[in-house]
Design a protein around this ligand. Structure first.
Ligand SMILES: [Zn+2]
Length: 83
């Protein structure tokens, strides 16, 4: 896959909601953020007020860690230091 193809593939997956993962549990972290465990096993901080927006009026949330993992695997993002 070329870089260009990877970018289009990423966008398609994102549009299709393939990175949207079911929220298994949520607990408040601070006044703005909740710490959520997603079905993929990733633990992410999500902005609690974002979940009130209609776009997120589901029990799913786009997992930034799954997005990053895909981008790293396909050369669209470099691996974070220490990993
Ligand atoms: Zn994930």
């Amino acid at each position: 896959m070329t870089r260009e193809e990877a970018i289009f593939e990423y966008r398609r997956k994102d549009d299709d909601g393939e990175f949207d993962k079911k929220i298994i549990s949520r607990k408040p972290k601070d006044v703005r953020y909740d710490t959520a465990t997603l079905e993929c096993g990733h633990i992410v901080d999500i902005n609690a007020s974002m979940l009130k927006l209609s776009a997120f009026a589901t029990d799913k949330f786009p997992c930034s860690k799954c997005q990053d993992a895909w981008m790293i695997e396909h050369g669209l993002k470099s691996r974070p230091h220490g990993e």
